[in-house]
Design a protein around this ligand. Sequence first.
Ligand code: HEC
Ligand code: HEC
Length: 207
Amino acid sequence: MKPMLRPCAAAALALAALLVLPARASAPAAELQRAEELVQGRCSMCHGGDGESSTPAFPRLAGQHAAYITRQLADYQSGRRKNAAMQTVVEDLTPADLGALGRWFESRPSHAHAVANPGLAEAGRQVYEQGHAPAGLVACASCHGPAAQGTATLPRLAGQHAQYIERQLRAFHRRERTNDNAVMHAVASRLDEQQIRAVASYLSALK
Ligand code: HEC
Ligand code: HEC
């Protein structure tokens, strides 16, 4: 019996490969093309043609995690996260489009950026890596990772515009960013203005 099984299994595998391969080869190509069209048509004027946004008013998206991006886009669409410009650009997109956009931006390379004030960034590194025990602030690194690379469910912060990070921390604190799960609200309520500027400066220079 044994020698008979092998060619049989090999044939089954070859058949499976024939059935599966064409579908797997064309779906990503079509998705990539769709994402590329959307990005160049509706996102690039603010977030750049490669996810490196042109001005600090708009977040950088290059290298950001796909699942995080897709979730934020769905939240802008439903109004859970409020921003008029973002709601308008995604209102007619399908869940598949939002997934494609997330994967497209995640695949873009991130870049290193110079820091304006090294002393401020150094103070920010301490907040990031150690938190601030007297205020009950845990280290940012304990969730966002030692190099601020994030995870599939948690945003990458490395290389983000300082101005955008500061704005989000203030928005979490005031509960104006309404789609988070209260974690960042608790964190932001323990940061003072100086720490916000410092940690944002530190993060903006990481690659
Ligand atoms: C008119 C400018 C503009 C355009 C066009 C635009 N965005 Fe945005 N985008 C913004 C602004 C401003 C924010 C920050 C809003 C906030 O504070 O919540 C943002 C935030 C985001 C975020 C959240 C980032 C994060 O780190 O949480 C994602 C993801 C995003 N945009 C993706 C897109 C995609 C995809 C497109 C194209 C379909 C697009 N944007 C088009 C201005 C724009
Ligand atoms: C207990 C875990 C945890 C800790 C500690 C934490 N964060 Fe977060 N952070 C999160 C989660 C989860 C999100 C995503 C929230 C969402 O989905 O809307 C987030 C989101 C953010 C965002 C928004 C990013 C974007 O692209 O819009 C910023 C900025 C941020 N965190 C900065 C910090 C800083 C600075 C610290 C330290 C002072 C910190 N976080 C500590 C869990 C944490």
